[in-house]
Design a binder for this molecule. Structure first.
Ligand code: ARG
Length: 591
């Protein structure tokens, strides 16, 4: 445990609880109904500030300064050695200034530990992350990019904290469009179809199928019959369907590999995987007495869901024609994830427009008893990617942009920028750095904004080497590595027991920023908001810059100062690299 914010929160909690308990005993209230979190945050006044006395006093109907004073007294012993100054301020804040020796100790510990002293979560469990989920024989669009990049960062962060993470790529590989897609496959011939799909011309394939479907009644009829054969499990139809699925999956994997995300073909558990479980979903909802026949369709009406006119909203499980809906598959998926996978938390990294759908699925699963109270199902929504005009990001022709084209453009631009900045980089290394910077720029741009908001895709901005960008952070890391190269410092020889000198304010500020890494990682895991980690890394890089401007490293006045500053540099480089890795972004040694 390295982060003073995390440690302070832990050590202050009993003091807050004690004050709360005493007040509740006096007033005869149940303390369990009065939360008393310390709410510690970084502060400009001191190192940290605990604001918890204010809401607590309000709940207790007491004077906040008095409550804070009681907490102050109750906490003194627990903070011994860690906090040099504990001061009551303002309407009831507690300002905390850390002991310099304690800061140095914590930083030394982080430096000595390959894991940067970030401990696993005490309550680590099994988490399923449902992300990416493109649709077979359809191009991945920017929405899938967002899901893939955000989901992958969450997977990494949760794994880092010791959770057992199960990645699931809920690929759309079933449903009525497959009638039309299979008939089109038959028409163009298998070889041609495979050739088109394997080079990633999924849009072309899909649109051609659609054109036949819309313009040719005989084709439409064939497509309709094909859906029936598919659902009946006709072997030849399944064989053709498999071609579409396999080719698309292979293509998706090339995109994942380029993006450098953790997804593998083994993580694909498409909608079709739940086919056999669908009849039981309907039967069991019926047995539970919550299935309603509405307009010929089998539905559930979860309480609290209404349309704009205030009428109850149905969740359709089976349509009037006997076909199962998207919702039925999601219900079957939950049962599998809870009963078989043993998930304690399920994250759905799916665009904001599917909020109602998912909330209804969760509500129905709870009603049916498939999602017990102690299992968390969480929609992790994200907004749209917009073009410079503030509208949905599209090509000039108005079609959706192929993900790979987006990646190509970012890498091309990165290649140019790097050739200009560092002409010494050539050949394979230059190409690897261009890929790392181009892809990193896209990922950081995506991850660093509050995910529920829309954001504008702006190549110039995301590839800038200044500001909150991927390249800026990668450069901050590479610059530290270059200090070591210039000074011919072997980082392996930087011993852990060096005396850290934090006499300069910039040294102390850097140490504190470094120690905040753990809290940022935990925060991201808890809230599923990667932008928290992004913001922390950006602050760290800026704090490092201030340090580096004020404190000579290689030319430090004496050997001890030099050694201490080299340790701070090394810890910064490792923290930046580790943080970028949690975001799925590479950290090249030079660029
Ligand atoms: N395939 C869907 C789409 O492209 C996303 C699926 C999301 N996951 C889920 N369990 N519903 O919109």
């Amino acid at each position: 445990m390295a982060d003073p914010l995390v440690i302070l929160t832990e050590r202050l909690a009993p003091a807050f609880a004690a004050v709360r308990d005493a007040a509740c005993a006096e007033a005869g209230t149940d303390p369990a109904t009065v939360p008393a979190p310390p709410t510690v945050r970084r502060s400009d006044r001191a190192d940290f500030q605990a604001d918890g006395a204010l809401p607590l006093a309000k709940r207790l109907g007491r004077n906040p300064r008095e409550v804070a004073a009681e907490v102050q007294e109750a906490a003194t012993a627990a903070l011994e050695g860690l906090v040099a100054e504990l001061e009551l301020a303002g309407p009831g804040f507690l300002n905390l200034t850390l002991d310099d020796g304690a800061v140095a100790d914590l930083a030394r510990r982080a430096h000595a530990d390959a894991a940067l002293d970030v401990a696993p979560d005490a309550d680590a469990g099994t988490v399923v992350v449902d992300y990416s989920a493109p649709n077979v024989a359809k191009e991945m669009h920017v929405g899938h990019l967002r899901s893939t990049v955000i989901g992958d960062a969450l997977v990494r962060v949760l794994e880092r904290l010791g959770h057992t993470v199960v990645r699931e790529n809920h690929v759309g590989d079933w449903g009525t469009p497959f009638g039309m897609l299979i008939e089109h496959l038959v028409d163009v011939g298998e070889d041609t179809a495979v050739a088109e799909l394997s080079v990633g011309d999924l849009n072309g394939f899909y649109q051609a199928a659609r054109a036949s479907f819309d313009g040719d009644d005989a084709f439409k009829e064939r497509a309709r019959r094909r859906v029936v054969s598919l659902q009946a499990g006709d072997p030849e139809t399944l064989r053709l369907w498999r071609i579409l699925v396999d080719q698309s999956t292979e293509y998706f994997q090339t995109v994942y590999d380029r993006l450098g995300v953790r997804l593998t073909p083994d993580d694909v558990v498409g909608e079709s995987a739940y086919n056999d479980a669908l009849p039981a979903v309907v039967a069991d909802l019926d047995a539970a007495g919550i299935l309603v026949l509405d307009d010929g369709a089998e539905c559930v009406f979860p309480p609290g869901f209404t349309n704009r006119d205030g009428e109850p909203q149905p969740m359709i499980v089976r349509k009037g024609d006997g076909g199962y809906g998207y919702a039925a598959t999601d219900l079957a998926t939950i049962r599998q994830r809870v009963d078989v996978t043993g998930a304690e938390r399920i994250l759905y990294v799916v665009g904001a427009p599917q909020r109602d759908h998912l909330e209804m699925v969760f509500a129905v699963a709870r009603m049916a008893g498939w999602l017990p109270d102690d299992v968390v199902a969480e929609h992790v929504p994200f907004g749209n990617l917009l073009g410079a005009d503030g509208k949905m990001f599209k090509t000039r022709a108005g079609t959706s942009v192929r993900l790979v084209d987006l990646l190509d453009e970012a890498v091309d631009r990165a290649r140019d920028a790097i050739a200009e900045r560092n002409p010494d980089l050539v050949g394979e290394e230059a190409e690897a750095v261009a890929a790392a910077v181009g892809i990193g720029a896209i990922k950081y741009a995506d991850l660093s904004s509050d995910r529920v908001k829309d954001y504008v895709l702006d190549f110039d901005r995301m590839l800038a080497f200044e500001g909150a960008t991927g390249p800026y952070l990668q450069y901050a890391h590479a610059r530290i590595r270059s200090i070591f190269r210039r000074g011919e410092v072997d980082v392996g020889t930087l011993t852990a027991d060096v005396d850290l000198a934090l006499g300069q304010p910039q040294e102390r500020a850097l140490a504190l920023a470094l120690l905040g890494f753990e809290g940022a990682v935990r925060d991201t895991a808890r809230t599923s908001q990667p932008h928290r980690l992004c913001g922390h890394l950006f602050d760290l890089a800026q704090t490092f810059t201030s340090f580096y401007e004020a404190c000579p490293v290689l030319k430090a006045d004496d050997e001890a100062t030099r050694a201490s500053r080299l340790v701070l540099c090394d810890l910064t480089a490792r923290t930046l690299a580790a943080g970028l890795d949690l975001l799925g972004i590479a950290a090249p040694d030079r660029m």
